[in-house]
Design a protein around this ligand. Sequence first.
Ligand SMILES: [Zn+2]
Length: 330
Amino acid sequence: MNKKSIFSDAMPYLKVSGGLLLVLAIQSNWDSMNIFSGNTGQPAVAQSAAVVSHGGKSLVSGQPGSTATAEKKTADESKMKRIKKAVGNLIDTVKEKSGLGGKISHWGYLKENGPDKWGNLAGTGNSCKTGKAQSPINLVSGQMHKGFEPLFYYKSTDGEILNNGHTLKVIVKPGSFLRVMGKDYQLKQFHFHRMAEHTIDGRRYPMEVHLVHESDQGHIVVVAIMFEDKFQEFNMLVDRIQLPEQAGLKLPITGMKVDPAEMLPPRHSRQYYAYDGSLTTPPCTENVGWIVMKTPVHASLNRINRIGQIMKSNFRPVQPLNGRNVMFSN
Ligand SMILES: [Zn+2]
């Protein structure tokens, strides 16, 4: 096993929970980053991971309603063209870099296009079926204790929220970042999954938020936060943000700043699982570092139900671990 890990070119420091700073021999996989092994392997060379933004990009546009007369139909079609053009200007224009001609529009979460069909999508770089280090997974408590400390340097910025037909995605202005083992990953966007994708000891929470970070080298680290729905508990961010109801709509977030820290568990409750996985949407690109916060946070029942109504169900089932190691901070 000599696969490159997302953190393979990280600084050779690992902060353990006792506060010691140890110099580590860097291996090419988290699996082999054993603090006690005394191994003096060569630092792995940074590799260029495929840069693929997470969360899907395609537009599922609304259908025009049926019309009574040919004349009205023509008028409606003309109107739809104008609307589509306007919407086209609003949608995310980032192209998927891996295969599929920069376009993945035919996958989803329904029976006919759902996760067990993603492996059959055409194009190179589709790891949904062939990948051996896929996400999400079930996380089991009490696994190996490793102690690096992810540091969140999040700040309030303006933002916009996009309904891309697969998820609701909040795009933030630059400035927020995550520091893991001395390496910085800029926060690009976060988005919602209903239900949660990862399970913890077999339990699936009603919602999971993915905060997607990327280093200057294009390495991706996703922080996952579980949400519980509570009748009268509100999340300052999730409960206040505007929700674009139609696929293809992007709205500026007004009347509030976006502070991703408002979704983090309290400082004393930031135990996490960490492992090497993949994007959870096509093309399921691997070499994605995952940090899954163990303690759930809360948003209101009404709000989580509303997000569920807009997105329907958008979670991928858990994938085989295939011998991967999962770290757990205690
Ligand atoms: Zn996601």
